[in-house]
Ligand binder design. Structure first.
Ligand code: AMP
Length: 389
């Protein structure tokens, strides 16, 4: 999720700037002012309570705000992220926002403060008042709104300065210049995050070769359980010896071992831009493990991609591979190939379905040349955060 708060006095241009941000990153827009005006229009209990306060330019109580905002946030757990306009406006609301974000397993990524001199705000709001139809866009109420902003809202910035989330933009510039500066801040924020990709697909769909190439292109660490187990055996580590013994007895490698290896990989991979996982998670249990491991490292999944190839084509490819030097021990007979395809269907397809419900899985065709498939995957990765739930 990408969660942003746009901060600034009335008339700073928060609403105007919100429009392009919402479009660019497909964010769910929450303006407490709009929500309150809707309550008033519908003459709800909360609307009736808020009406006279808004008319005078005062701040509505935190009690009312928490009620209108909680439902909107918790009703949209699958949003790409939230853009808050006019919230938080008090110190208490900053804590409320923290709590609500935790409820969704996420956090505020940055606060962007549009700084505008008081007289400029007044002039803009008076101009807006000519057409907005808002009764609070008149000079007496505007002055009171700005006083409330200075007294109660400005101090909230300290809360975010202490957390290192505060970004300042000179809001007196042209709409376009402000927009560019905001974009710069958000892009910088996004670049700090790890890009974590899971690459799904049946054996023979090209996950391995595509995964390695994608890792190289985007500076990601390629995490594939098969080779990792092989490395341990080659190192003759204690774990390697255990793995060898399990292999010798034809037994499956238990999750405890796989988890340890992946955890070590996450810890030892400093300075990478993210991870691309191939062949993991293979089971529902492993999908929970991956979510937990990433969370422990302050990260989460960014994109899940499935390479789709028709079954007959898979069999053809695996059969062809079995006749080359690249033949894996598990591709050496038709019975083994069919067994692997069945294993994928029984154990991994439910994982893909679960991820599809939770985050959305992007399906791409694995047919065509290596370059064509590579282009398709690259396109999805670069396709911003629009498809990311
Ligand atoms: P806005 O549309 O953001 O300018 O808000 C209009 C009016 O709604 C404000 O002057 C306040 O009276 C009220 N309001 C909006 N958001 C909040 C909030 N987060 N806390 C308290 N009052 C708010």
């Amino acid at each position: 999720m990408l969660n942003i708060a746009l901060f600034g006095p009335p008339g700073a241009g928060k609403g105007t700037q919100s429009e392009s941000l919402i479009k660019e990153y497909n964010l769910f827009y929450i303006s407490t002012g709009d929500l309150l005006r809707k309550e008033i229009k519908d003459q709800t209990r909360l609307g009736k309570e808020a009406q006279s306060i808004i008319a005078s330019g005062g701040l509505v109580s935190d009690e009312i705000i928490v009620q209108i905002i909680e439902k909107t946030i918790t009703d949209n757990p699958n949003a790409n992220g939230f853009l808050f306009d006019g919230f938080p406006r008090t110190y208490i609301q900053a804590y409320i926002l923290e709590g609500l974000m935790i409820k969704l397993n996420t956090s505020l990524n940055c606060l962007i403060s549009l700084e505008v001199p008081e007289e400029e705000s007044v002039a803009r709001l008076l101009k807006r008042g000519e057409t907005s139809g808002r009764t609070d866009d008149n000079e007496r109420v505007i002055r009171n709104r700005l006083k409330e902003y200075n007294d109660k809202t400005l101090p909230v910035l300290n809360f975010y300065k202490d957390k290192g989330l505060y970004n300042e933009v000179d809001g007196a510039q042209s709409i376009e210049s402000v927009r560019e500066q905001i974009q710069h801040i958000v892009k910088n924020e996004l670049s700090k995050r790890l890009l974590n990709i899971v690459l799904f697909g049946y054996p023979g769909s090209g996950r391995g070769s595509q995964g390695r190439a994608i890792a190289k292109k985007y500076g990601l660490e390629y995490v594939a359980t098969g080779p990792m187990l092989g490395e341990e055996i080659a190192k003759k580590s204690e774990t390697g010896k255990q793995i060898q013994e399990l292999y010798n007895n034809g037994q499956l490698i238990p999750d405890e071992i796989v988890v340890q290896l992946i955890e070590k990989k996450l810890e030892n991979s400093k300075g990478v831009k993210g991870f691309i996982f191939k062949g993991f998670p293979r089971t529902l249990v492993q999908s929970y493990i991956l979510d937990g491991l990433l969370k422990k490292h302050g990260s989460s999944l960014s994109k899940i991609i499935e390479i789709e190839v028709p079954t007959l084509e898979l069999i053809k490819r695996l059969d062809e591979r079995s006749k080359t030097e690249e033949c894996m021990p598990y591709d050496s007979s038709t019975a083994k190939i069919v067994q692997r395809l069945q294993d994928h269907e029984n154990k991994t397809v439910p994982v893909i379905e679960k991820y599809n419900e939770l985050h959305g899985v992007v399906k791409i065709s694995g047919m065509g040349s290596f370059e064509e498939v590579f282009e398709r995957i690259s396109f999805e990765i670069e396709n911003g955060f629009k498809n990311l739930k």
